[in-house]
Design a protein around this ligand. Structure first.
Ligand code: SAM
Length: 219
C-alpha cells in the first residue's frame, strides 16, 4: 500500500479508538473500555470491516483489533470512527502492532476469543514460522486465551488451511468444527464478512473455516 498522506495526523484524529501503548493491557486488559465484557482479539484486521461489523453486532463483547501496517490501520480507525453510532457500547479499540509481541501486551489467560481472518499465507516453506497459525503463534494464543478460549479462523487459501489443521493437531488443540465452504454450512450463520472474504467470494472461491478450543496443555 502506498504511504498515506498525513497518516500520522489521521491516526491521531482517531486517538480515542487507539491503544497507543498496548503494555497498559498487562495491568488491566479491560482498561481501554468503560465496561468490562468478554474480551476478544482480531489479529491482522486489515481495513476493519470485520472488526467494525463484529463490535456492532456483538455489544456484549469488547473487541481489540490489531494491525501491523499503520497505513492500513489508519483506514480501519477512520471506518470505526465513522461508524461510531453503530456501537452504543463503545466496545472497539485498535492496536497498531505485530502479533509477535502478544505476550508483551496481554496478560496470561485474559482473552475469550481470537479471530484470524485471511491471514497472510507465506507460501514459501522457509517462512512457515511467520504464518499466524504456526505452533509458535498457537502457543502464544494458548497463553493469552482463557482455558476453554476459542480461535476462529477463516481463509480462502487451501494450503494454509491444511497447514493450520496440522498445526492445531501438533499443538494438541480440539477442533470444534471445520468446513471447506463456510457460506454453505451451518457455521456460516451470522458470519460477518471481511474485505478479503467479500473479494474472494465474488470471484467464486469457497471459504475455509475452523473453530479451535484451547485447554491447558496436557503434560
Ligand atoms: C491478507 S490481509 C487480510 C485483512 C483482513 N483480515 C481481511 O480479511 O480482509 C492480512 C492482514 O494481516 C496483517 N498482518 C499480517 N501479519 C500480522 C501480524 N504478525 N501482526 C499483525 N497484523 C498482521 C497484514 O498487515 C494485513 O493487513
Amino acid at each position: 500500500m502506498r504511504k498515506k498522506k498525513h497518516g500520522a495526523e489521521r491516526i491521531a484524529a482517531c486517538a480515542d479508538l487507539l491503544i497507543a501503548d498496548p503494555s497498559v493491557l498487562l495491568t488491566d486488559p479491560q482498561s481501554p473500555f468503560g465496561t468490562a465484557r468478554p474480551l476478544c482479539l482480531e489479529i491482522g484486521c486489515g481495513k476493519g470491516a470485520f472488526a467494525c461489523g463484529t463490535a456492532a453486532a456483538q455489544p456484549d463483547i469488547n473487541l481489540i483489533a490489531m494491525e501491523r501496517v499503520a497505513d492500513v490501520a489508519c483506514i480501519a480507525l477512520e471506518r470505526a470512527a465513522a461508524e461510531r453510532e453503530l456501537r452504543p457500547g463503545d466496545n472497539l479499540r485498535f492496536i497498531i502492532g505485530n502479533a509477535q509481541n502478544l505476550s508483551e501486551w496481554f496478560p496470561e489467560h485474559c482473552l475469550d476469543r481470537i479471530y484470524l481472518n485471511f491471514s497472510d499465507p507465506w507460501p514459501k516453506a522457509g517462512y512457515a514460522k511467520r504464518r499466524l497459525t504456526h505452533v509458535g503463534f498457537l502457543e502464544q494464543y494458548r497463553r493469552a486465551l482463557k482455558t476453554g478460549g476459542v480461535l476462529l479462523f477463516k481463509t480462502d487459501n487451501v494450503a494454509l488451511f491444511d497447514f493450520s489443521l496440522e498445526q492445531f493437531d501438533a499443538a494438541g488443540l480440539e477442533v470444534l468444527w471445520q468446513t471447506r465452504d463456510l457460506h454453505n454450512s451451518p457455521y456460516g450463520e451470522g458470519n460477518i464478512m471481511t474485505e478479503y472474504e467479500s473479494n474472494f467470494t465474488v470471484k467464486g472461491f469457497t471459504i475455509n473455516a475452523a473453530a479451535v478450543r484451547f485447554d491447558k496443555k496436557a503434560d
